[in-house]
Design a protein around this ligand. Structure first.
Ligand code: PXP
Length: 239
């Protein structure tokens, strides 16, 4: 299992004072030194954290891979085609939300998403669709030539009772297996942390996890090196 780090909230902190520190690009380069497999940023339409300067500098400077989370809207599609990240992860986006609240409905937006994937493919960008662990959504993603799905793990992360945790984990396991059978790459993310990752790593079909808030928050207390390495250690402990 690979581990990509989402650095949006370093930009949130920077933007709190509209100054240059802490710089998300510097943070990304440090995280790469400590072993992350990729850097993820969400260029939101309202630019609440990551901005275009960050994306372009990351494109130039990082040596792992860039995953650009984005809404399938014209302005951002054009920027993506110009910047050419290795991966574009399409997410639903609402202005009022604090964070992405759930997966995109591929079935209801199939024509627009098919066209968006084609445009991104023409710019040599692999495409992932952030979706719920739902077989019908996965089938639709495969039908329109997505390269990856990213399974929304938010419900698993929010589950409290043992029974709910088991049920949510089972949904993710079934979805990941189904996607693999269809030839899709399988990513997973949202709400993952140092505790809930310990069970998720048992799902071998997950190629990569995308984790942000938990790592950024821990690095405030223990530093970037330890926060990143502790997560890598958990992932490597998978049997
Ligand atoms: N994956 C997607 C599609 C997301 O939108 C986010 C949040 O930006 C993440 C992963 C990372 O979530 P978290 O910050 O809760 O680790």
């Amino acid at each position: 299992m690979r581990f990509s780090l989402n650095i949006d909230h370093i930009a949130t902190l920077r933007n709190a004072r509209a100054e240059v520190q802490p710089d998300p690009v510097t943070y990304a380069l440090m995280a790469e030194q400590y072993g992350v497999d990729g850097i993820v940023v969400h260029l939101r339409e309202d630019r609440r954290h990551i901005n275009e300067r960050d994306v372009r500098l990351l494109r130039e400077l990082i040596t792992t891979k860039l995953d650009l989370e984005m809404a399938a809207v014209e302005e951002i599609i054009q920027i993506a085609c110009d910047v050419q990240p290795e991966l574009a992860t399409i997410v639903p986006e609402k202005r009022q939300e604090l964070t992405t609240e759930g997966g995109i409905n591929v079935i209801d937006n199939i024509d627009h998403l098919r066209e968006t994937i084609e445009r991104l493919h023409n710019a040599d960008i692999a495409v992932s669709l952030f979706i719920e662990p739902d077989i019908n959504q996965i089938d639709a993603a495969a039908e329109i030539n997505a390269d990856f799905i990213e399974i929304h793990t938010g419900h698993y992360a929010n589950a409290i009772s043992e029974e709910d945790i088991f049920d949510e984990l089972e949904k993710i396991r079934i979805a990941a297996k189904h996607a693999k059978k269809l030839g899709l790459g399988v990513n997973a993310g949202h709400g993952l942390n140092y505790i809930n990752m310990k069970e998720l790593i048992a799902i071998k079909e997950i190629d990569e996890v995308s984790i942000g808030h938990a790592i950024i928050a821990r690095s405030v207390f223990v530093g970037v090196e330890r926060a990143v390495k502790e997560m890598i250690e958990i992932i490597r402990s998978a049997k």
